[in-house]
Design a protein around this ligand. Structure first.
Ligand code: AN7
Length: 350
């Protein structure tokens, strides 16, 4: 049975005797050994942490379960977030579970259809703004100053607490921390959370080392990599279409303390990695998730030697969230009359 993040890591989380043990079955996601890229790139060991296997299809559930439990604990009856999609899907699900009024503010036209479907079906109040994620987050930050409503973006420290459990799981599964962790970066909460998790496990002796944190933004939305705000971020990976990340400084700290980097990858590199992951490993991550793999491919092509290293790539969300990107990029269908003969001919088998 799935324990859920709160029960499994209770002692490492900001829990009290008044914290409800809610769960939708988040956490305990697969860590898969690569079947092809590992050899192709010459990695010592390569693993994928499949966060798309969480209940709403992304890593956000780990943090949201803690944020929702803490909102319940203080008697708050409403939660709010800005989102590029996955946070809104997760907030809506846990909001429904906890009977909280859930408000999500999303950038119009730039959220994958599956994520929007989730917020709709879970019953959130959805406000689509004519602006981007950064503007939505500014509005949400102002609203929570004025009204008694809990912010459930990763500015809420309980989100980070919950998300750090993914690092715990990697160490629990491998027996120690990997040498490198490759991870997509958008609002920079997740890289912050992983680093916190790896440090905490190291501090209590559950790991003998800590990984280098290798964060990757999209080239058109690369504020940390480029060292400047992107007022008009653009990328096909709408989940990480963020120009002024809330956890900017913390992500730099994770990078610097770990001896890692925060770099960026182009949309072309993201899509190539997205297809490669699906066609060679059987893993369907969403475009933003593929930024971690695109980053690994980029560094390996530049000559980085990983032959003695243990590498983990975080696949942050499910590819099913964004069917439009999948279908748009597909090669044209083969068309055929509805007969056995015609299909055989179309296949070139007769
Ligand atoms: C699949 O849902 O920001 O660096 O509002 O959905 O912690 O922001 C999503 C981010 C990576 C980046 N992969 O994580 C949101 C949102 C996927 C994501 C990220 C997101 P952060």
């Amino acid at each position: 049975m799935k324990l859920g993040v709160l029960k499994r890591y209770w002692d490492f989380l900001p829990t009290t005797s008044n914290t409800s043990l809610i769960t939708l079955g988040e956490g305990d996601t697969p860590l898969l050994r690569s079947q092809s890229l590992e050899k192709e790139l010459g990695c010592g060991e390569l693993y994928f942490k499949l966060e798309g296997c969480n209940p709403t299809g992304s890593f956000k559930d780990r943090g949201m379960v803690v944020a929702a439990a803490k909102a319940l604990e203080i008697g708050c009856s409403a939660i709010i977030c800005a989102s590029t999609g996955n946070t809104s899907a997760s907030a809506s699900a846990y909001g429904a579970l906890c009977k909280l009024d859930t408000i999500v503010i999303i950038p119009s036209g730039n959220i994958a259809i599956g994520k929007l479907a989730q917020a709709i079906v879970y019953g959130a109040r959805i406000i689509s703004i004519d602006g981007n994620f950064d503007q939505a987050l500014d509005i949400v930050r102002a609203l929570v100053q004025r009204y008694p409503i809990t912010l459930v973006n990763s500015l809420n420290p309980h989100r980070i607490e919950g998300q750090k459990t993914a690092a715990f799981e990697i160490v629990d599964t491998l027996g120690d921390a990997p040498d490198f962790l490759f991870i997509p970066v958008g609002n920079a909460g997740n890289i912050t959370a992983y680093w916190k998790g790896f440090k905490e496990y190291y501090d209590v002796g559950r790991a003998t080392r800590m990984p280098r944190m290798m964060g990757f933004e999209a080239e058109g939305a690369a504020p940390i990599a480029r060292g400047r705000v992107f007022p008009k971020p653009e990328t096909i990976a709408t989940a990480i279409r963020i120009g002024n990340p809330a956890s900017w400084q913390k992500a730099e700290t994770a990078r610097d303390e770990s001896g890692g980097i925060i770099d960026c990858v182009s949309d072309g590199e993201i899509l190539a990695a997205y297809h490669l992951l699906a066609t060679t490993e059987g893993i369907f991550g969403e475009p933003a998730s593929a930024a971690s793999v695109a980053g690994l491919i980029k560094l390996s092509r530049k000559g980085m030697n990983l032959s003695k290293e243990r590498v983990t790539c975080v696949i942050t969300g499910s590819g099913l969230k964004d069917p439009d990107t999948a279908v748009k990029r597909a090669s044209p269908f083969l068309e055929s009359a509805a007969t056995l003969d015609a299909v055989e001919q179309t296949l070139g088998w007769r």
